[in-house]
Design a protein around this ligand. Structure first.
Ligand code: CP
Length: 307
């Protein structure tokens, strides 16, 4: 396994299976013991050009819990981007103020461009409809906690698979673990061809279906996602698929599912996951969100060379 110190986290494909498992094991230790003060004197810059609750605040909490400091912004409108400064110029300046950058940006490839432009580590916190690799570490950690294993699971991805970057990254990661994948979406929101080709290269067994009723009884994990309204160029196209999938306790009662099915959701949810789901044995999405702390603490500590 190569050193993880000073590594960028841009795509989950940049990590081997061994590296992913190593991060998950360290995250477990981090959750049990904590490591206060190991990042004292280090500064994280949280650069969020798109809205976020979980990713930004869990990175901030993770850095502070480890003794580090956080600077940054959470909207483009307060930065010199509005005066016309390029992303490349902005990050070249900001790298002089911090030790690591966490970047969320609406443009696909923005994190890679940033990483190629500066010498401190860059973490992709979501680039357009492309990838969200640290969410994937959180998702895998949650699945391993819930099921005890990552290997040989049957996983359904439900919702907006075209624009949903968390699904793209998770599908890539699960390709390491011999997962059988069911992609459940309206035809207009299928996973883009490039992702499918990558999964085929990795010999993944996958199926595309329109309805959860066709496959619910096969699933060990259901990964539910929001329809990403903000990414539709045409509001009419969004209206055609708005509310197309809704899970609720009464719908689950009418579905054939395994008793130990677990349902994840990267959140936020809109109307696809009713609150009546929250108290079912299937729901692990709040644990999933809270796992963002030990997982992101671990990623920061490893990349900054503290463990
Ligand atoms: N899961 C996730 O990325 O949530 P936020 O958009 O709130 O960061």
């Amino acid at each position: 396994m190569g050193s993880l110190k000073n590594r960028d986290i841009i795509s989950i494909l940049d990590f081997t299976k061994e590296e992913i498992l190593y991060i998950l094991d360290l995250s477990k230790e981090m959750e049990k013991k904590g490591c206060p003060d190991i990042l004292r004197g280090k500064v994280l810059a949280n650069l969020f050009f798109e809205p976020s609750t979980r990713t930004r605040l869990s990175f901030e909490a993770a850095m502070k819990r480890l003794g580090g400091e956080v600077i940054g912004f959470d909207e483009l409108g307060t930065t010199s981007t509005v005066k016309g400064e390029s992303l490349k110029d902005s990050v070249k300046i900001i790298e002089g103020y911090c030790d690591i950058i966490v970047l969320r940006h609406f443009l696909e490839g923005a994190s890679r461009l940033t990483a190629d432009s500066i010498s401190i580590p860059v973490i992709n916190a979501g680039d357009g409809a492309s990838q969200h690799p640290t969410q994937t570490f959180v998702d895998l950690y949650t699945i391993k906690n819930a099921k005890g294993v990552l290997e040989n699971l049957t996983v359904g991805f439900l919702g907006d698979l075209k624009y949903g970057r968390t699904s793209h990254s998770l599908a890539y990661a699960l390709a390491h673990f011999n997962a059988e994948m069911y992609f459940i979406s309206p035809p207009s929101l299928r996973i883009p061809k490039d992702y499918m080709e990558e999964l085929e290269l990795r010999c993944v067994s996958y199926h595309e279906v329109d309805s959860i009723y066709e496959v619910s009884d096969k699933l060990d994990i259901l990964y539910c996602t929001r329809i990403q309204k903000e990414r539709f160029a045409d509001p009419v196209e969004y209206e055609k698929v708005r509310g197309v999938y809704k899970l609720s306790k009464s719908i689950m009662d009418g579905l054939k599912v395994k008793d130990d099915l677990k349902i994840l959701h990267p959140l936020p949810r809109v109307d696809e996951m009713d609150e009546s789901m929250d108290t079912t044995s299937y729901a692990v999405y709040f644990q999933q969100a809270h796992s963002g702390i030990p997982v992101r603490e671990t990623l920061l500590a490893v990349i900054l060379g503290a463990i």
